[in-house]
Design a protein around this ligand. Structure first.
Ligand code: KDG
Length: 336
């Protein structure tokens, strides 16, 4: 090998080594508090721990994510405020409680928007979901990835719900935004907005008769202990969103931000797979736990679609034609 080639190769090696060393210098030892609302033994808990492990591996343990479940750092709304103020670094929570910050997130509370997870993934991970995340920046939040909460179903203690009329008079807890409230008021329920962290005791004490959540949540939150009837409606597909405090995020190096983003994508794929693999098992467990399950017929779901159409039209107008057109185009593209 010529002398010149040896010098060139030595220089190249030196550059790579110093770049590696630079990357190591670019990653500081940091503690990251990651809060979530479900129990530790839930799909959120497993995905949070997976995220933390991936990040530890990528940063040689320097980026230490500590996960806090069961709303121990606060409700979704409280954690959102803590991130905005820089008092907490990261969280995962519902897009429903973001509607007060970015109103267009209300579209994910529209009933019967997605037919399946494939459509949801395409819209959330594509331009539409990314564009909504960008709107969080000016509100002091950084949207990183979407996880899957899933298709929501109804539970209550009064009577089986097999058709929209059966909702009449049921005190139903809903997530805290106007879309969810209007949807269930229009279907005849007595809708009561409430933080998820207060829900179990509200069901136990009869403050509310019922609620609606994916079967995995119903099972991992032990709602079967305080709810008798489960109606399979899949009436809304709910995302979760993983976010960081912008005040904190902007102080990270691009290497650190990249490590967090990469680990977050891995956690998203893990969480969706885990959630989907667990749904059938959770439903079997709920039946074994004594819940009376009603499969609501397609004809009755079509009637529900008709009843809530005016609500979707009202909020589509509020969110603007551009948002609605972009959303419908994204769903159409995912369907083809
Ligand atoms: O903290 C738990 C919430 O993020 C999530 O479960 C949202 O589906 C939700 C609900 O009903 O509040």
């Amino acid at each position: 090998m010529s002398k010149l080639l040896k010098i060139v190769m030595a220089a190249a090696t030196l550059t790579m080594v110093s770049a590696g060393a630079h990357a190591a210098d670019d990653v500081k030892a940091r503690n990251i508090r990651f809060g979530y609302g479900l129990n530790e033994d839930s799909v959120q808990g497993r995905a949070a721990r997976y995220f933390a492990d991936e990040l530890a591996k990528a940063s040689d343990g320097k980026l230490k994510m500590m996960t806090f479940g069961g709303a121990s750092l606060g409700s979704d709304s409280q954690m959102q405020s803590a991130l905005q103020g820089g008092a907490q670094e990261m969280m995962v929570g519902s897009t429903a409680t973001l509607v007060g910050i970015v109103k267009e997130y209300g579209v994910f509370d529209f009933p019967f928007l997605f037919n399946n997870e494939k459509e949801a993934d395409a819209v959330l991970d594509g331009d539409f979901g990314t564009k909504l995340m960008k709107k969080l920046d000016e509100k002091g939040l950084v949207g990183i990835v979407y996880w899957e909460n899933g298709f929501r179903n109804l539970t209550n203690n009064s009577h089986p719900v097999a058709k929209v009329e059966d909702l009449s008079g049921i005190k139903l807890r809903v997530m805290q935004n106007q879309v969810a409230l209007d949807v269930f008021q229009t279907m005849g329920a007595n809708a009561v907005p409430m933080a998820f962290s207060e829900l179990f005791s509200a069901l136990e004490t009869g403050v509310v008769d019922g609620q609606e959540n994916p079967v995995n949540t119903i099972e991992s939150s032990k709602f079967y202990e305080v709810q008798k009837y489960l109606s399979l409606t899949k009436h809304v597909y709910s995302p979760w969103i993983v976010m960081a405090s912008k005040k904190w995020w902007d102080g990270l190096s691009s290497t650190e931000q990249g490590m967090i983003e990469k680990a977050a994508v891995a956690s998203r794929d893990f969480e969706r797979k885990d959630n989907r693999a667990g749904t059938a098992k959770a439903l079997d467990a709920l039946k074994a736990d004594g819940m009376q399950v009603t499969v609501v017929s397609d004809a009755e779901l079509d009637r529900m679609r008709e009843v809530v159409k005016p609500v979707i039209e009202k909020f589509s107008k509020q969110y603007g034609e551009e948002t609605s057109n972009e959303l419908m185009a994204a769903i159409k593209a995912a369907r083809n």
